[in-house]
Design a protein around this ligand. Sequence first.
Ligand code: KG4
Ligand code: ZN
Length: 340
Amino acid sequence: MMEKSGLRVIGIETSCDECAVAIVEDGSKILSNVVATQIPHHTPYQGVVPEIASRLHTEWIVPVTQRALDEASLNLDQIDAIAVANRPGLLGSLLVGVSFAKGLAATLEKPLIGIDHIRAHLYASQIEHPLQYPYLGVLVSGGHTIICRVEDYDTLEVLGTTIDDAIGEAFDKVAKHYQMGYPGGVVIDRLAKDGDPHAFLFPGPKLKSQLDLSYSGLKTAVINQAELFRSEGAEATPENIAASFQRTAINILMKRIKRALEETQLTRLAVGGGVAANSLLREEVQALKGVEVAFPSPKLCTDNGAMIAALAYRYLKDGVQSPLTLQTMARVKAFKKSYP
Ligand code: KG4
Ligand code: ZN
């Protein structure tokens, strides 16, 4: 059990296309949070190219770490523990962060802690807005769409999940098809502000499980069959397509969130992941009655090192740390607990 106060954790996040390093003191004081985005490097391909991502992480990880230290006015000797996202994600990208973190931990003789990227997203809002446990956790990103009951920082019960595409993936693929720009979520959110959400009446999925989600049908409808769903007199402008798609994508999610709140009787809700930055989703969730809501600020919604460091602090306080043989995992099962 680490009892020292002023405990500084460096959090390293290289699971996808952001090379991110942050330093967080005592689990909530963000001393620095550097996110070097690779977006311009993947834009020509309208999606993340795994090999480009890992090569850039290899090039950037040292300067990004140096910048995080400089912004916090610290040197490596003043760091107490090293946290790193080791699962799930692109294997080549994860390996860069994990190998680098092991090198730091071994050299500095400080604890290493491997962090589940999913749990970190679900924890991100807690840095600025701590909720009492349990709460309903909603993770909406490019790789995940999960609704779960969060018992504590490590214990989750998955109530519903996408059976095909993740919500962010649908945003990205729709934007790519219509050449709206990259990354898709941000562009669609912006275009939708000038569009009519009822110009196209896209259908939502019909699923057996009331809390599961699906986005591949919506994606296909928007990409291949938009004409079939066009309202009379509505124009097929990018703004109208964006607004109608976004309206349906968020409706699908809101329906499940409301049902999950009802079924679990939970009165607290935390949202995380890149799509948590979506303005319509934020508006709709904030409007829920009788629910205490926590959203991360936009910089903590998308991939960042601060959520990794902040969550690691909780494990360290409970005496949990990882061996220097820590593995990376491209996928994880929805384990109830990540540590026994
Ligand atoms: O959490 P994140 O940075 O990476 C993953 O773990 O996937 O999420 C990235 C995803 C992308 O699909 C991106 O298009 C989406 O988040 N995104 C948004 C918005 N900002 C980012 N989707 C909808 N509206 C936004 N404002
Ligand atoms: Zn993420």
